[in-house]
Ligand binder design. Structure first.
Ligand code: LR7
Ligand code: MN
Length: 591
């Protein structure tokens, strides 16, 4: 027995391969332990042409090796259906480190399959929808622009598009590289596109320099050949069946500019999340020129019921503005209606410009509820803006000069910094365009498209600073200008009217700023604070104030706004009304 065991042992040793020179099959030879690390760091570069690398006896191109390594890292099941994934150990730490740098967990992205599914989050009513045969629907060119996006995220965006958009409808995908200097987005991406995607489907357009996202989109649109342009950011994953409803609607109405419901892909754990299939928001704007999300107004629901024959929940919903990154539009209409303002640089502002332009010049912007696409929202921009300029502000000022008519005053009231900004440049060609297209006024837009939008100097008894008589204290939102409730504050009155001190006292006796209305917090004992709450569509009795004898009396509690003993930065309070009190007297002024 002993001899037998010994023999077996010797045999076993013989069979073990001497790790280096044993001829492994090609796949195994590419295991991470056995090839040089070919995946470059950001500062390393690939050879321009993989064939040129003749120094090392490499039989497989380094791009191929690198891509093989990428694929080996991935887990086909991880994150499927859009569930959250949490890394552990060293990978977790690496993920956190890269997240701090680029606001996105690139480590995790590299472990998720390019072909992961995000699930089907549509309203079940969508499944009964019938769309025309792809042969009679318009075709789509999907344009994806990118500047130094994480390679794996971009590649997943392309795979996801190919996996979810009907092959016959999807004419092409155009990737526009806006002058990225991240090495992986160079030759390796070219190689990937050449070897992994259906021939002719995916094109990369390389811009020599970074032109900014507006001009990058224009460059992509110029070479597109599909009937419909669909723009996507470079970090999107689409829900099943998102293409057809867009193409169908454009077939029916070519001047409808469409946005999908934009779902959230978490930048840390890549979870795909929705607000539930029933509710979604549409686009609004703030007078500072920023885009925001707003609930679907009751008025719009009524219009849907009147004008749409489908169940209301899946009807196109008119949207006053769009976020800008994800939309579909008839290609010819895109050019007819003025594409973009080519002099907008970098990032920002083009979405409100396009929104106002579409509405004012005869088109519509609609959210299509059966079309859903996820987008990775990042906490900060992982890139610098050209020349460190506030391109969002500058572009928005260009927009305002062309489209907002006299309402530009409200914009500059909110953005005095932009009023004489030297970089705004000339907008004559856009004014000419507006004339040529015979577009309607901004007043028309507000009245007909977005009547819910509050205008600080319209339908008001007074507007300006709410200033204490005999003191230099003013009501001030202390920069809390958001949509959650917050305590109203006091601050030294600014010389000029500033955004944080801009209040309106409306014809319906509401004291408010752009988004919030002043009310009194119900507490059993003093101090009673003044709280700013999101204004309701119909004014609430609890938010009414009477203005008499220079006193601001909260109707519901009968208490008076009072700054007795208060100083700058304190919360605003109400006290028992006292006609003889000097600290309960206020004026609303623009001086
Ligand atoms: O210089 C640049 N060049 C580019 O090509 C800067 C950016 N880009 C690319 C970038 O790689 C990305 O693919 O442009 C795309 C958009 O940039 P993001 O993702 O940094 O922008 P964002 O998602 O924060 O910004 C939103 O607003 C922008 C205003 O200019 C654009 O319209 C974005 O497309 C838009 N994104 C969306 O609407 C997605 C939904 C988010 C919301 C709300
Ligand atoms: Mn984006």
């Amino acid at each position: 027995i002993f001899v037998l065991v010994a023999l077996c042992f010797i045999l076993y040793l013989k069979v073990q391969p001497a790790s280096e020179d044993f001829p492994l099959p090609v796949r195994a030879r590419q295991r991470p332990a056995q090839v040089a690390r070919v995946r470059p760091r950001a500062h390393e570069t690939y050879p321009d042409n993989e064939q040129e690398n003749e120094i090392r006896p490499v039989t497989v191109s380094p791009y191929e090796q690198s891509i093989q390594l990428d694929l080996q890292k991935q887990d086909r099941t991880l994150g499927n259906k859009g569930v959250a994934v949490h890394l552990t150990g060293a990978a977790k730490a690496r993920g956190e480190r890269i997240y701090k740098k680029i606001a996105l967990n690139e480590e995790l992205s590299e472990q998720l399959s390019y072909n992961r599914t995000v699930g089907d989050h549509r309203n079940p009513l969508c499944l009964n929808q019938k769309y025309d045969d792809p042969s009679t629907l318009p075709t789509a060119s999907v344009v994806i622009i990118f500047y130094n996006e994480p390679y794996s995220v971009l590649v997943r965006t392309v795979h996801s598009t190919l996996n979810t958009c009907n092959e016959k409808s999807l004419k092409e995908i155009i990737l526009v590289d806006d002058g990225s200097d991240n090495a992986e987005l160079g030759g390796k991406l070219d190689y990937y596109v050449r070897t992994r995607f259906p021939p002719g489907k995916v094109t990369i357009l390389r811009l020599k320099n970074r032109l900014g996202l507006i001009r990058a989109r224009l460059a992509g649109a110029r070479i597109a050949t599909g009937d419909v342009l669909i723009f996507l950011d470079a970090h999107c994953e689409a829900n099943e069946g998102w293409c057809e409803p867009l193409l169908q609607r454009i077939k029916e109405s070519r001047t409808s500019v469409l946005v999908p419901i934009i779902d959230v892909i978490d930048a840390k754990d890549f979870q795909y999340s929705t607000n539930g299939y029933k509710s979604f928001q549409v686009g609004g704007f703030q007078w500072s020129g920023h885009f925001d999300w707003v609930n679907l107004p009751e008025r719009e629901k009524q219009r849907q019921l009147r004008e749409c024959s489908q169940p209301r929940e899946i009807c196109p919903a008119y949207s006053p503005t769009m976020a800008g990154g994800l939309f579909a539009m008839d290609r010819r209409y895109f050019w007819e209606v003025g594409s973009y303002d080519e002099q907008m640089d970098g990032w920002g502002g083009e979405n409100l410009e396009m929104s106002f332009r579409i509405w004012q010049c005869g088109g519509t912007i609609e959210t299509i509820p059966c079309s859903r696409v996820g987008h990775i929202f990042r906490d900060f921009h992982p890139y610098k803006f050209p020349n460190d300029r506030d391109t969002h502000g500058i572009n928005t000022a260009r927009m305002a000069l062309v489209w907002m008519d006299e309402y530009i005053n409200v914009f500059f009231l909110n953005r005095p910094d932009l009023k004489f900004h030297p970089d705004i440049g000339d907008v004559t060609h856009r004014v000419v365009l507006r004339k040529k297209l015979r577009c309607k006024s901004f007043e028309w837009y507000l009245k007909n498209v977005y009547p819910e939008k509050f205008v600080p100097n319209m339908n008001v008894k007074a507007w300006g600073k709410v200033k204490a008589v005999n003191s230099n204290l003013c009501l001030d939102d202390l920069l809390n200008n958001n949509e959650k409730p917050y305590n109203l504050g006091l601050y030294a009155c600014g010389k000029a009217l500033q955004k944080s001190q801009l209040f309106s006292y409306t014809n319906s006796l509401v004291l408010r700023n752009e988004l919030s209305c002043a009310t009194v917090q119900h507490s059993s004992s003093p101090p009673h604070r003044v709280v700013m709450v999101p204004c309701l569509e119909n004014d609430d009795y609890n938010e009414q104030w009477k203005y008499e004898n220079q006193r601001l009396v909260h109707v519901n509690t009968g208490l008076c706004l009072d700054h007795n003993g208060l100083k700058s930065m304190d919360d605003a309070l109400v006290e028992k009304c006292d006609l003889s009190s000097d600290t309960q007297r206020w004026i609303i002024t623009r001086d």
